[in-house]
Design a protein around this ligand. Structure first.
Ligand SMILES: [Zn+2]
Length: 237
């Protein structure tokens, strides 16, 4: 498995992904603790407002968690070779989103100490929040080593078709673009990294060619070189 074409996240990208995963887990732990507290202390008629506030807080925290989780997977994706792991790693945000609110939904609807009205209001708020947390945690465009490898190959080909050297492009730390020209307006004056298109992916996770550089390269590629024109004229005569 030492195919030089296979995507391998850089140690820096892996480190950043690990940090994001830690943030995600902290957010979920906080959301779970808040849920436990709310279940124990806030399911009552006279604490309805506080309970709703807690539900909203849990929802926001769960979404923060899944946002970090998704970012980490873009930087350091897993392989599709193990389908169970691939599914779990990419959809953990959705699973955790539901888990942060499902016990609450059950406890509200099965409570026999609150009125029907409280049950209806708090129960529907918790159910809506649970659905929102679940849906926002779903990864609809799951990254994988295989997908990245194929995408890099495609982008190399495309860049080369415009005459861009796929082994020498430029990128700055921010954003997810790489540039064919180091004097591009978007990276002027910034500290730049240079390397192959593949390396920009491995450092940044997902990456793409800057639109301005693409246009410039396309334009240059569509204008025939003077030598070509000369040849063409000579051939016509
Ligand atoms: Zn550019």
């Amino acid at each position: 498995m030492s195919d030089t074409n296979t995507f391998v996240a850089t140690p820096e990208a892996k480190g950043k992904a690990k940090k994001f995963r830690t943030f995600a887990i902290i957010a979920w732990v906080v959301a779970m603790a808040a849920q436990a507290f709310a279940i124990l202390k806030l399911i009552s008629d006279d604490k309805l407002v506080l309970l709703i506030v807690a539900i909203v807080g849990i929802l926001v925290t769960a979404i923060i968690g899944s946002t970090f989780w998704k970012k980490s997977n873009k930087l350091d994706p897993t392989s599709e070779k193990n389908p169970t792991r691939f599914f779990l790693q990419n959809q953990l945000g959705a699973i955790m989103g539901v888990m942060c609110l499902l016990p609450m939904v059950i406890m509200i609807f099965t409570s026999n100490t609150i009125s029907g009205k409280t049950k209806a209001i708090a129960g529907s708020a918790a159910a809506v929040a649970m659905t929102a947390a679940g849906v926002s945690g779903v990864e609809f465009d799951a990254a994988s080593i295989e997908k990245y490898t194929a995408e890099i190959k495609k982008q190399n080909k495309e860049a080369e078709s415009f005459g861009i050297n796929s082994g020498l492009v430029f990128w700055s730390k921010a954003g997810n673009k790489y540039h064919a020209f180091d004097d591009c307006q978007y990276i002027k004056g910034k500290s730049l990294s240079k390397g192959s298109i593949k390396e920009s992916w491995e450092q940044k996770g997902i990456s793409e060619l800057c639109k301005v550089c693409k246009k410039k390269a396309e334009k240059a590629a569509s204008v025939p070189k003077t030598s070509d024109v000369k040849e063409l004229m000579e051939a016509e005569n």
